[in-house]
Design a binder for this molecule. Structure first.
Ligand code: NAX
Length: 333
């Protein structure tokens, strides 16, 4: 095995659909590279713990050269112990008849407990990526519960939306998706998100110059990206799992490795007012990882009146979610 110190990744919901699609690739070196050992702390609850025992057997059966250690547990402190990264995937799904407020209350309690345990047991430099929905507000709850940790190290996943948007733009332009860059996803990972085609590029040119059908961009592309998750559920009979896992791993890699000059990726972070957004919500921004490993919101992108209106809609929804979660949990987020 490579001689570097392993990177320890804690994963909640590890035996669920997304967890199962993520951890084998993590163990194979797909995220941190072929010379970087990885240790996995796998966290589950209830019946998920039985399934997790089988997942651990499968990890053993892969004999991964880079997998240094596996911990499987239902205990949060054991699970987050010494973690460099926490990938918070497990969450309670919305069931029929459940109000949004109920969902925010149930998941809120989970993310309070997880935030507190991360602050107690993970490394002080730990970085946390929340995937479990509603991921922006769950991330805010975890961040507030882990008050001793730097707020800059908390992220919510909007990368699946970025990847979906890139793929749609590439198909419309008749190019490979690898030449589509800089698609910001502003705001919430929900149907109000704003996939920003105005700042995107295709083969180095503005996307709006390559795709001249601007009515398509405004009236077809945006709602298609916003509702892509629902379309996958309709077709597959289950929600996005492999693509969500892939996006989570893309996010980890992008936050770990410096971003190429002039490029950025989509991830949601705590707003401090950049681009006029209300401070104190977890908002999807264009983000770069700098050479020193720290991250910054890309500044100075043009935001036209159309974009401003769309960004305002998703900002309003996040403010409402924060108010609803605060009320459900009886605290001020
Ligand atoms: P599954 O129901 O397949 O798996 C969830 C797993 O989490 C289960 O095994 C369950 O036992 C476990 N779990 C539940 N509560 C837990 C807790 N408190 N601690 C540890 N484990 C816990 O769901 P899956 O399809 O994997 O989706 C997971 C989450 O990702 C959902 O909340 C889903 O809405 C969200 N998604 C987020 C996306 C994003 O882009 N941010 C996209 C995909 C996905 O919809």
């Amino acid at each position: 095995m490579a001689s570097k110190t392993p990177i320890r990744v804690a994963v909640t919901g590890a035996a669920g659909n997304i967890g199962y699609a993520a951890i084998f690739r993590l163990a194979s070196g797909a995220v941190f590279g072929p010379d970087q050992p990885v240790a996995l702390n796998l966290i589950e609850v209830g019946p998920g713990l039985n399934a997790l025992a089988g997942v651990v057997m499968e990890l053993q059966d892969c004999a991964f050269p880079l997998l240094a250690d596996v911990v499987a547990t239902g205990d949060l402190d054991e699970g987050f112990k010494d973690a460099d990264w926490c990938l918070l995937i497990g969450a309670v799904p919305r069931k029929e008849g459940m109000e949004r407020k109920d969902l925010l209350g149930i998941n809120g309690k989970i993310f309070i407990g997880q935030g507190q345990a991360i602050a107690r047991s993970a490394k002080k430099t730990v970085k946390v990526l929340v995937v479990g929905n509603p991921c922006n507000t769950n991330c805010l709850i975890a961040l507030r519960a882990a008050a001793s940790l730097p707020t800059e190290n908390f992220f919510a996943m909007t990368r699946l939306d970025e990847n979906r948007a890139k793929s749609q733009l590439a198909a419309k332009a008749g190019v490979h998706n690898s030449v589509v860059k800089n698609v910001a996803i502003w705001g919430n990972h929900s149907s109000t998100q704003y996939p920003d085609f105005t700042n995107a590029t295709i083969a180095g040119k503005p996307a709006t110059a390559v795709i001249t059908d601007h009515a398509w961009l405004k009236e077809v592309f945006i709602p298609d990206v916003q509702k892509r998750g629902a379309a996958v559920i309709k077709a597959r009979g289950a929600s996005s799992a492999a693509s969500a896992a892939n996006a989570a791993l893309d996010t980890l890699r992008n936050l770990h490795v410096p971003t190429a000059a002039g490029e950025w990726h989509a991830v949601a972070v705590l707003s401090k007012g950049d681009y006029g957004i209300s401070p104190g919500i977890i908002f999807g921004y264009p983000i770069r990882t700098k050479a020193d490993g720290s991250r910054e919101i890309v500044q100075g992108l043009p935001v036209d009146a159309f974009s401003r209106e769309k960004i305002g809609i998703t900002e309003k929804e996040l403010l409402e979610e924060r108010a609803t979660a605060s009320e459900a949990l009886g605290l001020k987020l």
